[in-house]
Design a protein around this ligand. Sequence first.
Ligand code: NI
Length: 212
Amino acid sequence: MTSTPTEVPSPGRRIGTTVATACLVLVLLGVAVMLIWPRTVQTAINNTVSPIGGPFTLTTQTGAKLSDADLRGKPFAVFFGFTRCPEVCPTTLWETTEALKSLGPDADKLRVLFISVDPTRDTPEFMARYLQSFDSRITGLTGTEADVAAVGKEYRIYYKKVPTEDGDYTMDHTATIFLMGAEGQFKGTISYGEDMAIRLRKLRNLIAGAAA
Ligand code: NI
């Protein structure tokens, strides 16, 4: 038995049909993903990864209460540390002081917060004395251990009390500066030791309302 050419599709036509079928499958898959993605995958992401930042009420170095709601309308940079920090905190505060100076009048369109991870020792009075060495626009914040734990969790920072040989303790802590928009939304970070030019660009972007 021999088959006639009309009964068997030519190889070219067969490839054409296969390609067409493959394309159709891809298009259908694409449509399915587009329909399913926003509802399932995106929901799963939103449910598991909370945004950086969140509500807090803490006490400033003047003894006043300050909450995240009070910050609305102005972007802010926030970082965590403690006044007895031997290096990271004074360096960050000094570099931030320099950055605010370089920003000139634009620096007033921004707030800078320094939240203590050692609130037992860092009373408002102690914070006030310590912050005298830096730009007066830097707001020191402290509270109860629970207040600090809550805000630390919102910013997903790490901090830990570490005993020292002399029976005292020091604090290990995240050195990142978090850049937050005028509505309290996360915009970006500045790393410890980051180049001043990059630092300033990020702060200018934050003031302009762009992604840092
Ligand atoms: Ni520190």
